[in-house]
Design a protein around this ligand. Sequence first.
Ligand SMILES: [Ca+2]
Length: 142
Amino acid sequence: MFTCFAACGGELTNPSGIIQSPNYPNYYPHSRDCRWYITAPEGKRITVTIMDFEIEHQGSCYYDYVEFINGHLDRSPTIAKYCGNVSSTTVIESTSRCMTIHFNSDGSISNGGFRLRYTTSEPAICGGAITQQWTDRVHYHP
Ligand SMILES: [Ca+2]
């Protein structure tokens, strides 16, 4: 059986884009777990700018949160984890070409949600060179 949840999360490969919580700008639904996987062009990294951010606040962001992860793997390190109200000028940057944005909401108390913009124009700090070599080796056959 299909459920009637609005889709959330996905793989994003455009050089820039907008990510927003389900139902934005209306209150987001309870008990959701969304993961957006951003991949920048080779040699670039990802810059996320918060445009609007208002989710349930808890001191250690235990209930509802948005987590920015430096990579696409379960073991990739967390860059930042936010809940409550976050300033619209806040910027989160990856060091490599991959970032995961993970939104989680628990079973009660919602709020207006979030809207983020990402760009991929900055050169990678690390990881890009390794990715380049790996890609060449796999795909380039002179
Ligand atoms: Ca909640």
